[in-house]
Design a protein around this ligand. Structure first.
Ligand code: 5AD
Ligand code: SF4
Length: 469
């Protein structure tokens, strides 16, 4: 399982909130792919590099060190990285001193093979080995190929304070656990990110407090499977579960919004739902990947729930948290999927009435349970056609969901300018829907909460006017 992918961010170059490379001996450039977890790791890498004399640059042509933080979830993600590496290889020809490193899941999956296949790579560093980056850079600097792909049972980078990406200064991601113990048969993550381990709760709360003090108004607690969070506070002889961690973070300040991603349907407990219900600042939004609507396929995927069980979970959410936003992940064309299985997925989507979905066609990943056990037997054409049907249905559901919001008033946390016009503000409501409204409606700034009445919408955005306080 992975945390959601934001397609708009794939390949985003790292830019720190304050780009100040003065006082640094050398420059690094980092590009990130994959899930939010990977973007969060890039912030940890940036912090380690800053401490070791490297300042960030947004121009790879002037970098001494070029890093790609990669994803292996689907073959396409890996192809994108390969083509980027070819571009960097060209630059390296004219700058032989430049070091190129591959980080993250693809580094972990391919290990030394990377050095053989992609001869331009100087360093291969897996997701649990970032503390050794300074030593690896030194090693690579002497012309040796530097590799560290050891996975750890303990590493959580708890003590490293991430250097924030210049997202908006309002919303930040905070990593709370790493790795994944679920063995979904399609998924490469258990192999690339290793066993589950939870980060020290005290350091999580401290990081969130610091963010709030620094003007941030929203944190998203991140993990491959956040509901499995489990940490023993030895000083107080206390067990901290995900529900109790949520409670602690929500109690920092009512003005701090709390989100989380990703939940596995089998692990999200009533206790978590009731904790959300008790705290208005824990956002009414759950990303609950279903993957398929067919019990037979779910079994082959090793998801450990049935269609009926998942639907009962949806009912539970809607009962305990009326008006809660819902999104999901869906895979079409998994091994042996019939037309009937596919129809089950469509009908489940209609029942759940998702506000949003991340939708993919199945891409076999070497080494996974599915690759070893099942034949990838659905023709690509069929996978794509089914995906297309899923996407069309989701577009309809999203539009219907947004239309239902016309006339309603929401509290919006302002995140910055609308992407389309600097005359409008862009923010989100608690259900995670993007809302835009004219700046002329009042004197607001980033990080403010504004009550906005929705007057219009598209499939992706609510459009409204700010109400005077
Ligand atoms: N093929 C297609 N999609 C996949 N995902 C994970 N593995 C694969 C794969 N092999 C999707 C799942 C997961 C999301 C992060 O990516 O839907 O929830
Ligand atoms: Fe994230 Fe790695 Fe999974 Fe990609 S493969 S989604 S980077 S955990």
């Amino acid at each position: 399982m992975g945390t959601s992918h934001d397609e708009g961010r794939q390949g985003e170059a790292y830019v720190p909130l304050v780009l100040n490379s003065e006082g640094y001996r050398k420059k690094f450039y980092i590009e990130s792919y994959g899930c939010a977890m990977n973007f969060s790791d890039s912030e940890i890498v940036a912090s380690i590099l800053n401490d070791n004399g490297f300042g960030a640059t947004r121009n790879f042509e002037e970098a001494d060190l070029v890093l790609l933080n990669t994803c292996s979830i689907r073959e396409k993600a890996e192809q994108t990285v390969r083509s980027r590496l070819h571009i960097f290889r060209q630059v390296k020809r004219s700058r032989p001193g430049m070091l190129i490193g591959v980080l993250g899941c693809m580094a972990e999956r391919l290990k030394e093979k990377f050095l053989q296949e992609e001869r331009l790579v100087d360093m291969v560093v897996g997701p649990d080995a970032y503390r050794t980056l300074p030593a690896l850079i030194e090693e690579a600097g002497t012309g040796q190929k530097a590799v560290n792909v050891l996975l750890s049972r303990e590493e959580t980078y708890a003590d490293i304070s991430p250097v924030r990406l210049d997202s908006n200064g309002v919303a930040a991601f905070v990593s709370i656990m790493r790795g994944c113990n679920n063995m979904c048969s399609f998924c490469v993550v258990p192999f690339t990110r290793g066993r589950e381990r939870s980060r020290d709760a005290v350091s999580i709360v401290r990081e969130c407090q610091d963010l709030f003090a620094g003007g941030y108004r929203e944190v998203t607690l991140l993990g491959q499977n956040v509901d499995s969070y489990y940490w023993i506070d030895e000083s107080a002889d206390l067990v901290v579960t995900f529900a109790s961690l949520l409670e602690k973070v929500a109690s920092i300040d009512p003005l701090l919004r709390v989100r989380f991603s990703t939940s596995h349907p089998k692990d999200i407990t009533d206790e978590v739902l009731y904790t959300m219900a008790r705290h208005e600042n824990i956002c009414r939004y759950i990303h609950l990947p279903v993957q398929s609507g067919s019990t037979r396929i779910l079994q082959l995927m090793n998801r450990t729930y049935t269609r009926e069980w998942y639907l009962a979970k949806i009912d539970r959410i809607k009962t305990i948290l009326p008006g809660c936003g819902l999104s999901t992940d869906i895979i079409t064309g998994f091994c042996s999927e019939t037309e009937e299985d596919h129809q089950d997925t469509l009908s489940l989507m209609k029942y759940a009435r998702y506000d949003m979905s991340y939708m993919f066609f199945y891409s076999e990943r070497p080494g996974t349970l599915a690759a070893r056990r099942y034949k990838d037997d659905i023709p690509e054409e069929t996978k794509r056609r089914r995906l297309d049907e899923v996407v069309k249905l989701q577009n309809r559901l999203s539009l219907e969901s947004n239309r239902e919001d016309i006339g309603k008033t929401f509290e919006i946390l302002v995140e910055g300018d609308s992407k389309k016009s600097a005359e409008d503000w862009r923010g989100r409501n608690t259900q995670n829907k993007v809302v835009i409204f004219p700046k002329a409606d009042g004197s607001y700034q980033k990080g403010d909460y504004v009550r906005v009445k929705v007057e219009d919408c598209t499939g992706a955005t609510l459009i409204g006017r700010a109400l005077l306080h």
